[in-house]
Design a protein around this ligand. Structure first.
Ligand SMILES: Nc1nc2c(c(=O)[nH]1)N[C@H]1C(S)=C(S)[C@@H](COP(=O)(O)OP(=O)(O)OC[C@H]3O[C@@H](n4cnc5c(=O)[nH]c(N)nc54)[C@H](O)[C@@H]3O)O[C@H]1N2
Ligand SMILES: Nc1nc2c(c(=O)[nH]1)N[C@H]1C(S)=C(S)[C@@H](COP(=O)(O)OP(=O)(O)OC[C@H]3O[C@@H](n4cnc5c(=O)[nH]c(N)nc54)[C@H](O)[C@@H]3O)O[C@H]1N2
Ligand SMILES: [Mo]
Length: 819
């Protein structure tokens, strides 16, 4: 192993191969800012990464009251010391010179600095006024997957029992709503079945619409190390782009965007036809097998080949690999969740695991992945469209239990209808029934679909908006009140990664200026509003992160996400622990469903489910008849074509997504020199033959236009499937170079082009299936496209494109186990 590596040029660092069932070797990655050596570090403060859902555990180096670097924690189950490029460099954005340092209020059309009292009073006054005049339904909250558990739980209590509004959701609706929904539909309840350690044991790893190499680089290092060791696993990849995952796959299926269900139904068809199924498992643990067999009976590989434009032989080959293995691990992410028929497709992956009996054993399971670092907590705490503790809003006993915990009357917790999904909250704001929207830790003016519309909604005079963020984002600039938040390493709290690992993240340094932890802001609001329980005591009875955590533990007791065995002290000593963690399982729980399905019984389940094609609710009576014994439900779905189809005017399919070096709307990674230099500007991906058809070449400035709007960027010719154009969605307008203006012809944000539409089951917006046309704006001549060359955007012809590298500024340490 080299002691130092340019982690922009080599994002995954050096290999430490290991064999099946062995322990993944330790490699400690570290980065200290120039001029700082480890003997100058005064303290190392434990936390985990807040720039993806992997939960990479790390120590923050502090010197002179500042963060000066990070290093991976060798003893942690998730990363064994490794860090990804965003983990290594991204903390520098904490120190950006344009952090918000005071609250701002709108005066005469401008945002001007003010005191905390002024800002908070303005919010509390408006809340009271609206509650009196229009009722709690006029107030909405749109939160995040990037705050901490303690923040979400507090917000959930404030919104649901304090104000009594049903309009509370997270940007998790754009992110992991389908993960949650597919787990509810199949297993009756949210909760990740598998564990990251399943990578150590699997013989086949199938990645469905998941570019793990770029979006969970440390988990991908684990896969790469297995691929180089004895008995390597085979990979199956379903993705229309030549991602690093696709390049390592034994079979890469690159379907037409929006056709996942057709492909998955054909895979199920083949596995059933060739009798590669586990009949005793199906019998013991599932219902619905006959309906599934019926649904996929005509879905031959030849049929799917016509729909997906994938050779039938490749589908058969994939089915053989998936069907023959003894240890199958599947992962699912946005290529499924944000594509057409999201929940229907995600459920077919669950079905694949179930009919093969691949669940609850080492190497066998499904990871319906999370994306954001704390999305799991948004879901658990009910700061999204769920009740806290995965409780069922239609089950009166669940609502009563919650009311008992909060000591309020059950009627105070809205449960007359399902909690309002984010896209509907924006719709209500558009129509004028929601008059106040409190946005925390998310930047909808870049991340929501169809930005033209979102700009109009948030720009309305009659809508009072509060934005709680670190920077003056595109969204903050339209707010009535802006609250400066402290973030990761400036505040204490817990969060939970995609395989249920809970980490404690400790405060390492003070926030800049008057910025305050999100929890303090919420507690301040609760105090000003004077919310009371039914005995007249404060509804929110906690005062800091640890006491909020203790309150949450009681709410989680007996639920699938049981935290009662955890304390801050235990997390401090042991590092990450997987929930459920109770008196009976003090060390946490590696896998769910090791001895059968546990949470699908009608009295226990989180939902009675929905029809996968129409989204129509299944009634309690129907569910009791379908699944009296609380087994897993094999839910079948027919393929239906995507809502937008290509035509003469819009001949290309359009999809959007991520690159390794940036996080979302770039508020952090755009302020990190090493990361921003690696991918400084928006680009457009097209295949070589499609480029030829359009008469455009690498480096040309092109415009991508959909029925909603357009984006301008330089062309990168890659191995993406023909007929598809890809835009990264990271680029907004806060650091716009000349020529890119919001809403103007040729914007910079991919969401100028995306559609206002969502999955009927999970209500997750469709970011990955639309149509567009592409036109030449200006020849590139000698100008190169700045898209990364190390990732899915690698050029097919690298000759005239400078390779992505970080140089001396990106050299990071890597070493074996220090002990
Ligand atoms: N570097 C980086 N890492 C991140 C993030 C980030 O912004 N940057 N964000 C985090 C978050 S919040 C999330 S949600 C995750 C997302 O992580 P991923 O889901 O891995 O990332 P995406 O790029 O959104 O989409 C994955 C793939 O879906 C493919 N795809 C598009 N349309 C279709 C389709 O119709 N069918 C199939 N099968 N595939 C399709 C795309 O080609 C793309 O490669 O990443 C997390 N990690
Ligand atoms: N076209 C297209 N659009 C997409 C996607 C796609 O693939 N394609 N993916 C979707 C997905 S999966 C996601 S998750 C969303 C992400 O979309 P957003 O949530 O809008 O993206 P971020 O840039 O992460 O916004 C988080 C905001 O919170 C602020 N923040 C960070 N830490 C803290 C904190 O501790 N406290 C507070 N108060 N604020 C903080 C950041 O500065 C930033 O402004 O985008 C979605 N939009
Ligand atoms: Mo996400």
């Amino acid at each position: 192993m080299q002691p130092e590596v340019d982690r922009i040029a080599a994002p995954w660092g050096d290999r430490t191969p290991y064999g099946r069932g062995a322990v993944w070797p330790v490699r400690v990655d570290s980065y200290l800012e120039p001029g700082v050596t480890s003997d100058m570090v005064e303290r190392w403060v434990p936390t985990a990464s807040l720039l993806h859902s992997n939960g990479d555990a790390m120590d923050v180096a502090v010197a002179g009251g500042r963060i000066v670097g990070v290093r991976g924690r060798p003893g942690e189950r998730v990363n064994h010391g490794r860090l990804g490029p965003k983990d290594l460099f991204g903390w520098q954005s904490n120190h950006a010179s344009d952090r918000l340092t005071t609250p701002l209020v709108r005066k005469g059309g401008h945002l001007v600095p003010c005191r905390w009292d002024t800002a908070m009073d303005r919010i509390a006054d408006r809340t009271r006024e609206l509650m009196d005049d229009s009722g709690p339904g006029s107030i909405g909250f749109y939160t995040s997957g990037q705050l901490f558990l303690e923040d979400y739980y507090t917000l959930s209590v404030i919104a649901r029992a304090g104000i009594g509004t049903n309009h509370l959701d997270g940007n998790t609706r754009l992110c992991t709503a389908t993960a949650a929904e597919s787990l509810k539909e199949t297993f009756g309840c949210d909760g990740q079945p598998a564990s990251f350690t399943d990578v150590d044991h699997a013989d086949v790893i199938a990645l469905f619409g998941h570019n793990m190499a770029e979006t969970q680089p440390v988990l991908w290092m684990r896969v790469l190390d297995r691929l180089e060791g004895p008995h390597p696993p085979r990979l199956v990849c379903l993705d229309p782009r030549p991602t690093p995952v696709a390049r390592c796959a034994t079979v890469h299926l690159a379907p037409r965007a929006g056709t996942n269900v057709a492909l998955l139904n054909a895979l199920l068809h083949e596995i059933i036809r060739t009798d590669r199924i586990d009949r005793s498992f199906i019998e013991a643990h599932t219902v619905g097998f006959d309906e599934l067999v019926e649904q996929v009976s005509d879905c031959t590989p030849a049929w799917a080949a016509g729909i997906c434009d994938v050779p039938a032989g490749k589908i058969t080959e994939a089915a053989e690999i998936l069907g023959d293995t003894e240890r199958l691990l599947s992962t699912v992410l946005q290529g499924v969740y944000q594509s057409h028929q999201a929940t229907a497709a995600a459920c077919q992956v669950n079905n694949l695991q179930l009919i093969r009996g691949m669940l609850g054993r080492p190497g066998c399971g499904v990871l319906q992945m999370n994306g954001q670092p704390t999305a799991e907590n948004t879901r658990e705490c009910g700061a999204d469209g769920d009740l806290p503790g995965f409780r069922n809003w239609e089950n009166d006993a669940h609502v009563e239990e919650l009311a008992r915990i909060w000591n309020v009357d059950p009627s105070r917790i809205p449960h007359y209808a399902p909690p309002t999904p984010a896209m509907q909250i924006f719709r209500y704001a558009e129509q004028g029934s929601i008059r106040m929207l409190w946005i925390s830790g998310t930047n909808p003016l870049v991340s929501l679909p169809d930005l033209h519309r979102i700009r109009e909604i948030l720009g309305q005079e009659r809508l009072f908006t509060v934005v709680q963020d670190l920077y003056a984002t595109e969204t903050a600039q339209l707010a009535d009140v802006v609250l400066p938040a402290a973030t990761w390493a400036e505040k204490t709290g817990t969060f939970t990664n995609a395989d249920r690992t809970v980490h404690l993240s400790e405060k390492a340094v003070d926030p800049p200026g008057e910025a305050r932890p999100d929890l303090d802001i919420l507690l301040d609001f609760a105090r000003r509003m004077d919310f009371r329980d039914r005995d007249g005591r404060p509804l929110v009875a906690w005062h800091d992160a640890e006491s909020a955590f203790e309150a949450w533990k009681e709410c989680s007791r007996g639920r699938p996400c049981d935290y009662t065995g955890l304390t801050y002290e235990r997390l401090r000593r042991a590092g990450g622990i997987q929930w459920p963690c109770t008196g009976q399982s003090p060390d946490g729980t590696e896998r769910l469903y090791t001895d059968g399905i546990r949470r699908a019984a009608p009295d226990d389940c989180e939902t009675y489910g929905r029809d996968l094609v129409t989204g129509a609710s299944v009634s309690e009576t129907e569910y009791r008849a379908l699944n009296p014994g609380g087994k897993a439900v094999l839910k079948a779905a027919e393929y239906v074509p995507p809502p937008e189809t290509t035509d003469e005017k819009y001949p290309l399919q359009l999809t959007t997504g991520r690159t390794l070096y940036h996080f979302h709307t770039r508020t952090k990674t755009g302020r990190t020199p090493q990361l921003n230099r690696a991918a400084p500007e928006v680009w457009v991906e097209l295949s070589a033959s499609e480029a030829q058809r359009h008469g455009v070449a690498e480096g040309d400035l092109v415009e991508v236009t959909s029925p909603r709007g357009s984006v301008r960027g330089r062309l990168r010719i890659t191995g993406i499937r023909d007929g598809l154009v890809f835009l990264p969605f990271h680029y907004g307008y806060w650091d716009t170079p000349a020529g890119h203006r919001p809403g103007a012809h040729g914007g910079r944000a991919a969401n100028e082009t995306t559609i206002t539409d969502w999955d009927p089951v999970s209500k997750q917006p469709l970011f990955k299936t639309a149509v567009a046309r592409l036109t030449l704006v200006e020849r590139g001549e000698a100008t190169a496209c700045a898209a990364p060359t190390t990732t899915a955007s690698a050029p097919v012809d690298p000759r005239h494109v400078p390779p992505t590298a970080g140089g001396p500024a990106a050299m990071a340490g890597q070493s074996g186990d220090p002990q």
